[in-house]
Design a protein around this ligand. Structure first.
Ligand code: ATP
Length: 382
């Protein structure tokens, strides 16, 4: 992928005739800890090979517990859990050989150099001796640490340690890598760099399963995201489609002449045929409720699904009514809107299964090609 700033819509392994198994395939995954905490209650997911998948949730939602089950560190209490086509309980060793796991806490040995850390990981994963030198050199290049290969990791910045950690998880060339909140605590520049490496890893064909609290991270990196709340999936779709369904777009029409002129313009907008047509879309969800028209001191703001499509017709209606529009801007929804909507307990579920649009055989929703470009959003510390 060439663009380092936003994730183009990609549809890996959907219609390419590939017979690779789903990278992650769970049905009703649940895990209750020994003290009775029901950390994960019902997680049903299918992640196709090659996807960059984001698993979002607030603190305590069940992300790490789920990832530990998927990476065979914890046994599920109930449910069917298959990873790279194998059952995580019955075929644990085979699953382990095919996956990499980057934990939340950095696990590099600070006494060892970057190269020695990777050599140690090669030992641990049983990488054939004759492949090690090339593999280590390739990974040091991948994460941009070749120049400091022989420097002790204790001298590295937090971002460099994370990059080394990511490389360590890849020494055995796994089909699938789990990254558990990989950029937590890093500054924006280090985070940005790490994203570039994750893209490279994914672009080489490794499936990426990423947990994060940073919505921008999911937006920028992931083909698809699921949001977990209280151990259950409450949304599952491409970032573009989730944003469109939850947030709606807002068109701001700037009007000269003060509040009275703005109110007159709002009346024209409310009476317009364009708004009437938009109001007859799908109903029943917050995003699908009809368009809303609000006013500020100097603008009329129209929020609706595909509000940008309404813009030209609204401009025409205002021109025909003799209203001067001095500015026009479209604000796109963000993943924050999705997150806050599903964090709000009054919105039960935005998953594709519930809306009937999820096609489990394809493993994802339909293309979001016509969706808005991903926009930057802030982290959530809920
Ligand atoms: N070993 C444990 N024993 C008992 N309860 C646990 C244990 N580990 C986690 N929990 C609880 O399980 C729930 C889910 O925790 P988990 O760590 O999976 O969430 P998370 O989404 O990864 O959160 P965070 O972002 O804070 O890491 C929480 O209520 C947590 O307190």
């Amino acid at each position: 992928m060439s663009d380092e700033t936003s994730r183009p819509t990609r549809r890996p392994d959907r219609d390419d005739g590939s017979d690779r198994p789903l990278a992650v395939d769970t049905e009703g995954l649940a895990l209750t800890y020994a003290d009775g905490t029901e950390a994960v209650e019902d997680v049903t997911l299918s992640v196709p090979s090659g996807e960059c998948f984001g698993f979002l949730g607030a603190n305590g939602a069940g992300k790490t517990t789920t990832i530990k089950v998927l990476s065979t560190l914890l046994e599920p209490t109930t449910g069917r859990v298959r990873v790279v086509g194998r059952d995580v309980t019955a075929e644990r060793a085979n699953v382990r050989a095919s996956i990499g796991y980057m934990a939340q806490e950095t696990s590099v040995d600070e006494e060892l150099t970057a190269r020695e850390n990777l050599a140690f990981a090669c030992d641990a994963y049983g990488v054939p001796t004759d492949e090690r030198t090339d593999r280590i050199a390739e990974l040091l290049d991948l994460v941009d640490l070749a120049d400091v290969a022989d420097t002790p990791a204790g001298n590295f910045s937090g971002g460099m340690k994370k990059r080394l950690d990511a490389a360590t998880a890849l020494v055995h060339d796994p089909e699938l890598v789990f990254l558990d909140e990989p950029t937590t605590g890093l500054d924006p520049t280090a985070r940005e760099r790490l994203w570039a490496y994750f893209r490279r890893i994914n672009d080489r064909g490794t499936t990426v399963f990423l947990t994060t609290q940073y919505l921008e991270e999911a937006d920028r990196l992931c083909d698809r995201v699921a949001v977990v709340r209280d151990g259950r999936i409450v949304a599952d779709d491409s970032p573009e489609r989730l944003k469109r369904r939850v947030g709606g777009e807002t068109v701001a029409l700037e009007i000269d002449g003060g509040p009275d002129a703005v109110e007159s313009a709002a009346a024209v907008v409310r009476e317009s045929a364009a708004l009437d047509a938009a109001a007859t879309g799908d109903a029943g969800r917050p995003s699908d409720a009809g368009p809303t028209v609000e006013t500020t001191d100097d603008a009329v703001r129209v929020t609706a699904r595909d509000a940008s499509d309404l813009g030209p017709d609204l401009l025409l209606a205002l021109r025909d009514a003799g209203v001067a529009v001095t500015g026009f801007a479209v604000a796109e929804p963000t993943l924050d809107d999705v997150f806050f909507a599903v964090a709000d307990e009054s919105v039960d579920d935005l998953s594709e299964r519930e809306t009937g649009r999820f096609d489990r055989d394809r493993g994802t929703g339909q293309s979001g090609d016509d969706g808005p470009e991903p926009t930057a959003s802030t982290g959530v510390d809920a």
